[in-house]
Design a protein around this ligand. Structure first.
Ligand code: CP
Length: 336
């Protein structure tokens, strides 16, 4: 991989994505390695995690490396990201120093930083990871900000394991699901990017036009579809979307126009509780696979019957996080 950082798969060529997937499949067959021997990675979590933290720490260890986990504002100093600001608030140091100092200690820096959910115009600039990429002198990896590229690779690897490597023209439904809280659009953005990249016929199923994803990702999706022989359509029709689907990928997210005024979004969200993935909807599919990035609220986002069915590959996808992240870390270190 010739990339300096791994922040979005849109920065990768299709050949680079395929190479990462092949390397990940290799790590799945044979987990050990020395690709990170004597190397270390700092994992910075501004938000909670179960899978990402475990799989990155374990992946570094399995390749002979060492991971250091930091939670800025909790077990490390709160960090400032504004340039030129007078730092008389809560932040004790600037990302300029944090990224440069960490770069003297470790060989890779990985960052999880969710949106603040107050103003999408601000959140869509992805300020935190961009600042680390700007000041760090080692490669930076995205562990979920406004996209989740490691999840993308794990998802596609699981699909390829079940459907074969060529996913072109498979009917892929990315469905919004109900959830009591407005969640990050990162996984939905990412699903759209990677499914179109693989040339699938993608339907974005969501309650109303307010839930359509950011135009940046819709445009990437359209371009990916055009370049890879697939398609991208938006639908609000649940039955038509599920009918004949080969893959149903579920995620809940907050409607972008309602950032910062979530009380006004709540009635729309509540009116679409029926978007839960259930056996009745899955029966409309072409013996379709179901997946979710996890964590998932059972009988809210998908029913027990769906989660416990042979169609559900969410656990395979979660396992694949370990393998794809080893490929990402090894590839970045091999070229830097
Ligand atoms: N899917 C995922 O990133 O899981 P965690 O939030 O537990 O890391």
């Amino acid at each position: 991989m010739t990339l300096r950082h791994f922040i979005t798969t849109q920065d990768c060529s299709r050949a680079e994505i395929d190479a990462l997937l092949a390397q990940a499949a290799g790590f799945k067959r044979s987990p050990g390695g020395r690709q990170l021997a004597g190397k270390s990675i700092a994992l910075l979590f501004f938000n909670p995690s179960m899978r990402t933290r475990t799989s990155f720490e374990l992946g570094a260890y399995q390749l002979g490396g060492h991971a250091i986990v930091l939670s800025p504002g909790k077990d490390a100093w709160p960090i400032e990201f504004e340039v030129g600001t007078v730092m008389d608030g809560d932040s004790e140091e600037h990302v300029a120093e944090v990224a440069q100092v960490l770069s003297r200690y470790v060989d890779l820096i990985a960052v999880r930083a969710f949106p603040k959910f107050q103003d999408w115009a601000v959140d869509r600039e992805d300020q935190v990871i961009k600042a680390f990429a700007r000041y760090a002198t080692v490669p930076v990896i995205n562990m979920e900000t406004i996209t989740h590229p490691c999840q993308e690779l794990a998802h596609v690897l699981a699909l390829q394991e079940h459907l074969g490597n060529d996913l072109r023209h498979r009917k892929y439904v990315l469905t919004w699901t109900w959830h009591p809280k407005p969640l990050n659009t990162a996984v939905a953005n990412s699903a759209l990017l990677i499914a179109t990249r693989m040339g699938m016929d993608v339907t974005l199923l969501c309650p109303t036009p307010d839930y359509v994803l950011d135009e940046r990702y819709m445009a990437f999706g359209r371009r990916n579809a055009e370049e890879n022989g697939g398609s991208l359509t938006v639908s609000h029709d649940v039955e038509a979307s599920y009918r004949g689907a080969d893959v149903v990928y579920a995620k809940s997210w907050g409607a972008l126009p309602f950032f910062g005024r979530w009380d006004q979004e709540k009635p729309i969200r509540e009116a679409h509780r029926h978007f839960t993935v259930d056996a009745q909807k899955m029966a409309l599919t072409n013996h379709g696979l179901f997946s979710h990035c996890l964590p998932l609220r059972r009988n809210v986002q998908a029913t027990d019957a769906v989660m416990d069915s042979p169609a559900c590959i969410a656990i395979d996808e979660a396992e694949n996080r370990l393998h794809v992240q080893k490929a990402v870390m090894a590839s970045l270190l091999a070229t830097h």
